[in-house]
Design a protein around this ligand. Structure first.
Ligand code: UYC
Length: 232
């Protein structure tokens, strides 16, 4: 059934985050009246850090932009670099990553994220194209938060390092339980890169971003233990 613009507006502006999110998932039909409400909603959210509801609203509008001049110029005007503040302590430009995630190109976004982690770890890591576990602790919290927030906001809360960290803690840091949970291993078999990984939102929670385990678990262990994810 079609929901009227007024109903949508009152439910979207009043509900709990969970109710808002569920409402958005039922919005299979777009159209200018729905988009108008969503644009109004997104404008009002700029005072607080973006949450998953804002992310979902942004994704619906981003998808509608090619068919609606109004939506497209709205996003250009108010959210030219998306809804996640692209803060960096190191002067890194996160716009290309924001674009890939907005397009839901998770494979390329994953490659770029690994590259950014290497850049953050310093020139030698960037040249080597992989990270030593000992380099992880120097990764700046601000940049890790930006990377994580971009993944989380653009994946309905499914992807991101903090999502992986929570799952890892939930299995008491037991790798044998953690790998199957995030779909990196089935029984005795490692999931093969890249073709066996799931590059869309049907993936298990925590599936992305990847870290290559070829040189052992110490890198991912250091990453998931980083102070960036500790709740104060
Ligand atoms: N790969 O198997 N991986 C690569 C994963 C492992 C291997 C890249 C993840 C296991 C080789 C990414 C898993 C393993 C290369 C990932 C996985 C292995 C490679 C590209 C499940 C063999 C070629 C970026 C744990 C048993 C490059 C990069 C190389 C690449 C990710 C093999 C993102 C999550 C233990 C031979 N694998 N990788 O970092 O480094 O190279 O030689 O993790």
């Amino acid at each position: 059934d079609l929901i009227s613009a007024d109903e949508l507006r009152s439910q979207l502006f009043a509900g709990s985050e969970k109710a808002q999110f569920q409402l958005l998932q039922t919005l299979t039909q777009g159209g200018e009246t729905v988009w108008d409400v969503l644009m109004e909603f997104l404008l009002k959210q700029q005072s607080h850090p973006p949450n998953l509801v804002d992310g979902k609203v942004y994704q619906i509008l981003y998808t509608a932009a090619p068919t609606s001049e109004k939506v497209s110029s709205f996003l250009q005007t108010h959210f030219p670099t998306g809804i996640v503040p692209l803060k960096s302590q190191t002067g890194i430009d996160y716009i290309p990553l924001q674009k890939l995630l907005a397009q839901q190109d998770f494979l390329e976004a994953d490659k770029l994220s690994l590259q950014k982690l290497c850049e953050l770890a310093g020139t030698s890591a960037a040249q080597r194209k992989w990270i030593y576990f000992s380099e992880i602790e120097r990764l700046p919290i601000t940049d890790l938060h930006t990377l994580d927030s971009l993944w989380k906001i653009h994946s309905e809360g499914k992807f991101g390092y903090s999502v992986q960290q929570e799952l890892w803690l939930s299995v008491n840091k037991n790798w044998d339980k953690f790998w199957p949970k995030i779909g990196w291993r089935t029984g005795r078999n490692w999931t093969r890169y890249p073709q066996e990984f799931t590059w869309d939102l049907t993936a298990p929670k925590g599936h992305l971003p990847l870290s290559n385990q070829l040189r052992g678990v110490r890198v991912i262990e250091a990453l998931l233990s980083h102070p960036a994810w500790s709740k104060s």
